[in-house]
Design a protein around this ligand. Sequence first.
Ligand SMILES: CC(=O)N[C@H]1[C@@H](OP(=O)(O)OP(=O)(O)OC[C@H]2O[C@@H](n3ccc(=O)[nH]c3=O)[C@H](O)[C@@H]2O)O[C@H](CO)[C@@H](O)[C@@H]1O
Ligand SMILES: C=C(OP(=O)(O)O)C(=O)O
Length: 429
Amino acid sequence: MDYIQVQGSGPLHGTVSIQGSKNSSLALLAASCLADATVTLEGIPDIYDFRVIRQIGKDIGLQIDRMPTGEMLLDPRYIHSAVIDPGKASAYRASYYFVGALLAKFGKVTVGFPGGDDFVSRPIDQHIKALRLLGAEVTFFNDYYIVEAKQLRGADIYFDMITSGATINAMLAAVRAEGRTRLYNAAMDPEVVDTANFLNQLGAKIVGAGTDHIRIDGVPFLGGGTYTVIPDRLIAGAFLMAAGMKGGSITVNNVIPEHMGSCLAKLREIGMDLEITDQSITAHSTGKLRATRIRTGMYPGFATDLQQPFTALLLQAQGKSIVTERVYPKRFNHIQQLKRLGADVEVRKESAFIRGGTPLKGNWVHATDVRAGTCLLLAGLIAEGVTRITGIEHIERGYENAIQLFRSLGANVSLQSLHVEAENMSQFQ
Ligand SMILES: CC(=O)N[C@H]1[C@@H](OP(=O)(O)OP(=O)(O)OC[C@H]2O[C@@H](n3ccc(=O)[nH]c3=O)[C@H](O)[C@@H]2O)O[C@H](CO)[C@@H](O)[C@@H]1O
Ligand SMILES: C=C(OP(=O)(O)O)C(=O)O
């Protein structure tokens, strides 16, 4: 078993170039199935979820090749099947996009239930509602479901809550439907806009992405093209937070600062200095931070995916902070692990109450999901002694090369294998 070893580090300094967005990439890769010609995608990160998509691509005939220069060449012209293996579908979250992307061409898609990070409840009722309104029939089985539609027809769809996944999926299904679709109460996330921009470049007619009302006029044909995925605002945010853990100065390059408004405002509020240019952000910190309250929300609110690294950062802020999770009220698996390091945090209902400034001590901890992994990595930087993080497969779902990047900033982080260390285990039990 591999684990990440983190040892208390001094202030971090340096520059990191931010990879393409995981959540956008997963949508664009599936969306490529809608095209009738080859598509080139630039900036797709080499993460675990992408490798699963590659296997799905092999199964269904979607040709995916990475060029020596890094871009992905996708050829959807020879897709021969719309059956997505249940095991592969449940190996990551965004497999549901294959439904929206394949339904118009094939009339029937079979797919397993989505996996991804486990926050107790991640329903897909809004995806199903949208597909049904567009004219599809959905039948559920034990570990898969079938979506069928002889002809998708445009519809007015009101989402009962703001959901980025269902907004993107409905957009994918509507792009080749007959007539006009209107999405109300749509998610405004940059990943929704990125998917719409990509589809429009292929010839789709989508207006309003980035607002809560999206209009889609169906088209019978989509061409090919070249498109660059947006940078990962969530990874960029986590690196800026790393600068605050012990003081230091970190620059993130290849970012779109406008995507990070709520995160940047909160970093300033707790006492970090930021220098922002068109494509980079530098965070400076003396290590002295003020306590605060955050409440997660859908974009442009404070991202739930930044809640965990921000919680680690607040362990350094003098006083009492409160983190309230409104998107996934039970997304607090990382708190139990932080407590193993000695953190003074209590969860009550959908809030975590943090008393900052309590010294941490290294221990074995488990990353239950991708952002919990980031949180534990940051916490390990301030803990005395050695922190060992298992569950690194979760971290690999989001990060291309987390360990190298943290090392390049001066963090004492390394990948270890348990069999090498077995004889030294007793001191950590
Ligand atoms: C692959 C991907 O892009 N994952 C992101 C996506 O997940 P995902 O697309 O799964 O999350 P959604 O935006 O759909 O979820 C937002 C909220 O809507 C609820 N909901 C969603 C769909 C539905 O059918 N019914 C329903 O009730 C969810 O429980 C949640 O409370 O957005 C989340 C919220 O920003 C992020 O944490 C994930 O990183
Ligand atoms: C929740 C996340 O991912 P997914 O939706 O892919 O599980 C995340 O990236 O934090």
